[in-house]
Design a protein around this ligand. Structure first.
Ligand SMILES: C[S@@+](CC[C@H](N)C(=O)[O-])C[C@H]1O[C@@H](n2cnc3c(N)ncnc32)[C@H](O)[C@@H]1O
Length: 347
């Protein structure tokens, strides 16, 4: 051992091997979601044989698969061996049982069916800078692909809901909405941002703007929430149309979908749709300015390379620079949930 080196600070292979095998636990969880394991097990307690038989799994796989899920804390097990009974852990029961409104399996389903395979071509993406999804084999763009199939559209929109619900709740807490009356949420999907913030701030009214195929789904959610009077669903295309004017313009995971030119076009349109003193808010997995820490933001940016090629995630400093170019005067960054932030620019 070199002088001054102790066992505690000498290099360890742990991080290398943990990351190298990172796809193992990921694929175990994604397979469980694909088999609807947590939905079938909800409210029940089954032996390995009962559960394996119900899911149609080979006997060889029963104990390794279920016990790995126990060790990963996605299942609980009472007892050991053939008598041991498996049941959902609290989080998988709440979020991965399809029969509960809190289901967020849409994103894991999409990760399993689309992105797991596409990420296998990361090396190609790194060498060519090109997308590795359906478009690689001559398919349509992500949104074209998703929106051509009503069932896939519903799954995609639900997946976004799982991702953003906590972030929008935090935005409602942390941003000072008391100074404003109207909000336009651009690319609003199922109008989740509007629904969540409407519940927290009763003086606000909202416009949720998205492509025409999304509108009926959004309207259903808004009607079901009893918010029809306060949330207007507007159909439009932000490449062709101006944005609906409001005191606050929000974009949740919109800017990261596009290249620099399109990002700047969207920022310019947001500026034009705001009054003096209005605020533009981007909810994103902002990369830290030094690009060293927010692993999720950096991986999300690689995911944008896989999905779109030119699209990329960005830091608060990048956002500030682009927004200054069009005339925004003041800036703020608010931490939301986990790796998500709200980047704010004031006109
Ligand atoms: C990544 S999702 C984000 C959804 C939502 N804002 C959130 O934070 O969960 C991107 C959204 O942009 C919408 N979108 C894509 N292209 C659009 C366009 N040209 N005009 C309007 N909306 C568009 C999609 O329909 C989708 O709802």
């Amino acid at each position: 051992m070199e002088q001054g080196t102790t066992l505690e600070n000498s290099p360890s292979p742990e991080n290398i091997m943990k990351t190298a095998t990172g796809f193992w636990p990921s694929k175990v969880l994604l397979s469980a979601v694909e088999f609807e394991l947590f939905t079938k097990l909800a409210g029940r307690s089954l032996t390995a044989e009962e559960l394996g038989t119900e899911l149609g799994l080979h006997e060889r796989a029963w104990y390794d698969f279920f016990d790995t899920l126990v060790a990963l804390k996605f299942l609980d097990r009472e007892g050991d061996g053939p008598e041991g009974k498996y049941r959902n852990a609290a989080d998988t029961d709440l979020f991965l049982d399809k029969n509960k409104p809190s289901y967020i399996g849409g994103m894991p389903e999409m990760l399993n069916r689309r992105l797991f395979g596409f990420w296998n071509d990361l090396e190609d993406a790194l060498m060519t800078g090109k997308a590795q999804n359906e478009t690689k084999g001559g398919g349509e763009s992500v949104f074209g692909e998703i929106y051509s199939d009503p069932e896939r559209l519903e799954t995609f929109l639900e997946a976004m809901t799982g991702f953003q619900a906590g972030n929008f709740m935090m935005l409602g807490e942390k941003f000072d909405f008391s100074r404003y009356k109207t909000v336009s949420d651009i690319g609003g999907a199922l109008a989740l941002l509007s629904r969540v913030i409407a519940g927290r701030h009763e003086h606000l009214t909202f416009t949720s703007f998205d492509l025409p195929p999304v509108a009926p789904h959004a309207r259903n959610r808004v009607d079901a929430a009893g918010l029809t009077d306060r949330i207007k669903i507007v159909e439009g295309d932000f490449f062709k149309d101006e944005l609906p004017p409001a005191d606050v313009i929000t974009m949740g995971m919109i800017l990261h979908d596009w290249n620099l030119e399109d990002k700047k076009m969207l920022i310019r349109k947001a500026y034009d749709a705001l009054p003096e003193g209005g605020a533009f808010i981007a909810v994103e997995h902002l990369i830290d300015d030094a690009r060293r820490e927010n692993i999720f933001g950096l991986l999300m940016s690689l995911n944008m390379l896989i999905e779109f090629g030119e699209a990329f995630d960005f830091s608060g400093a990048d956002f500030r620079g682009w927004c200054s170019e069009v005339g925004f005067k003041e800036f703020d960054v608010l931490h939301l949930a986990g790796p998500a932030f709200a980047a704010v620019a004031y006109k």
